[in-house]
Design a protein around this ligand. Structure first.
Ligand SMILES: [Zn+2]
Ligand SMILES: [Zn+2]
Ligand SMILES: [Zn+2]
Ligand SMILES: [Zn+2]
Length: 130
């Protein structure tokens, strides 16, 4: 694996790395990526920026949904229907309209809960990167 940044023109930047992209796994220099205060290291490749933006959007969504739950409302914006199920990804609770069971076969850790996974609309629309 190269020890220097491979971004830039012809992928030959060659500058000393400032970090290693958490998505791409390659080193990048200060000009071709960013190291964040919270420890994230992301290069500026489009795919990586898209993942990072998606994760950021997810966190905003999740925070808002949990806040709505705290007030007794469904996690979906503007919905005041009764709770029905908890989304297995964002952990917020939604009404029948806003959470659906999915056939995703993911092993639920010990305690062997065998029900289908419930996932809200937002989480279902996301790609499955962490
Ligand atoms: Zn570079
Ligand atoms: Zn990257
Ligand atoms: Zn969700
Ligand atoms: Zn709802």
């Amino acid at each position: 694996m190269p020890r220097t940044c491979q971004d830039g023109r012809f992928r030959r930047c060659g500058a000393a790395p400032a970090g290693v992209c958490q998505y791409f796994g390659k080193p990048f220099c200060a000009a071709h990526g960013a190291v964040y205060d919270d420890g994230q290291e992301v290069c500026r490749r489009k795919a990586c920026a898209a993942k990072q933006a998606d994760v950021a959007r997810f966190l905003v969504y999740k925070t808002r949904a949990l806040q709505r739950n705290a007030f007794g409302a469904c996690g979906a914006e503007g919905c005041l229907a009764k709770f029905f199920g908890q989304c297995s990804r964002c952990k917020a609770v939604f009404c029948t309209d806003h959470v659906r069971e999915t056939r995703e076969s993911k092993v639920i850790s010990a305690g062997s809960d065998k029900r289908m996974l419930a996932v809200c609309d937002f989480c279902r629309g996301r790609k499955a990167w962490r």
